[in-house]
Design a protein around this ligand. Structure first.
Ligand SMILES: Nc1ncnc2c1ncn2[C@@H]1O[C@H](COP(=O)(O)OP(=O)(O)OP(=O)(O)O)[C@@H](O)[C@H]1O
Ligand SMILES: [Mg+2]
Length: 324
């Protein structure tokens, strides 16, 4: 899969599909507003995939449509190669999901809640309760009532409930919500460990930094539409770069660059220059800048090439859309 070219795979692929989630033109309207707007999503198996967008972008609605909690108005979708809603029961047997926030019976203990959920699944689900609690670090609190749990503990119990069906696909709506930095770290590690076992994790988030750190691939969604999707490193290679140069006599340095034919925008600061480079620029340009400046008698103390983070790239895209 690449950013610009996506192979939709064989039509009506069987469950041997190498895509965990596939949607074409998926659309969901609420009256006149379109919450999910012609979404084409291709999530490869065995990765962590972030569905990234600001509040109201349609993340929860997309997840609800995928899980059959609400009906799509148009489009098609499949989970683990099974077309849904036609084969929803087979597909969902291997899917664990948290939508909005995990909901539990507050007067029951964590373990009792999982027992209730396991009873609705195959017999093996009951045997997975202990290992699932262990996995999410909740064994010690499993016999406390959920009413006494913090938000982070409820999130962990939610993940444990997802594991009862030994899922090939986990769909987590804003799993970092309400977590402190330590809790986010643990959640990230958990998600990565699921991926290391060959499971696929689709998570929604408005936290760009978290997605960048947790996910292999991302779809950026704004007002119901997917703006970009692909592996994070490919999306980054489409982002602008800048070179920061710490040097003596920044004004002289700028003149030297201008007279040497450097056309890139240069910003002059108190102790150096910042030069913007177009997306896809070769990093050999950094060495060239250094050579020209040193040959011109400028002392170069430090050179640093910064690539835009996914966050700045994302903001750039949404700002551009907002301005159009
Ligand atoms: N049941 C509903 N009836 C009417 N409109 C709805 C309903 N559910 C969602 N919407 C609207 O659809 C749009 C997308 O909402 P959604 O909850 O999917 O966004 P989100 O990306 O999950 O946002 P957040 O980050 O706040 O969780 C919003 O404009 C919302 O008001
Ligand atoms: Mg939401």
């Amino acid at each position: 899969m690449s950013v610009t070219e996506v192979d939709p795979g064989p039509k009506g692929a069987a469950h041997g599909s190498d895509l965990a989630v596939e949607t074409h033109n998926l659309t969901k309207r609420f009256g006149a507003s379109v919450a999910v707007d012609g979404v084409d999503l291709l999530v490869p198996r065995g990765c962590a995939f972030g569905y990234l967008g600001p509040n109201g972008a349609g993340k929860t609605t997309l997840i609800r449509v995928l899980l059959g909690l609400t009906r799509a108005d148009a489009g098609s979708m499949s989970l683990l190669g099974y077309e849904v809603p036609r084969h929803r029961d087979v597909a969902l047997a291997r899917v664990g999901a948290i939508v909005d926030e995990p909901r539990f019976h507050a007067h029951l203990t964590g373990r009792e809640n999982l027992e209730l959920m396991a009873a609705a699944r195959e017999p093996a689900a009951r045997e997975r309760i202990g290992p699932a609690l262990e996995r999410v670090g909740m064994s010690a609190r499993a016999n406390d009532r959920v009413a006494k749990y913090s938000m982070g503990m409820r999130q962990r119990l939610g993940v444990a409930s997802c594991l009862l069906g030994d899922p090939q696909l986990l769909i987590l709506d804003e799993p970092m919500n309400g977590l402190d930095p330590g809790g986010m770290h643990d959640m990230r590690e958990m998600i990565r460990s699921f991926v290391a076992e060959g499971r696929t994790v689709v998570l929604s988030s408005h936290l760009l930094d978290e997605v960048e750190r947790t996910c292999d691939a991302v779809a950026i969604v704004d007002r119901g539409r997917v703006i970009r999707q692909g592996p994070i490193n490919e999306l980054l290679s489409g982002a602008n770069m800048e070179v920061q140069i710490e040097c003596s006599t920044p004004d002289v340095a700028r003149q030297i660059l201008a007279s040497s034919g450097f056309a890139e925008p240069v910003e002059v600061g108190a102790d150096g220059l910042t030069i913007s480079l177009a997306a896809g620029s070769d990093r050999s340009i950094v060495a060239e800048l250094n050579r020209v400046l040193v040959d011109g008698g400028v002392s170069v103390y430090r050179l640093q090439l910064n690539q835009a983070s996914l966050e700045s790239w994302f903001l750039e895209v949404t700002t551009r859309l907002g301005a159009s």
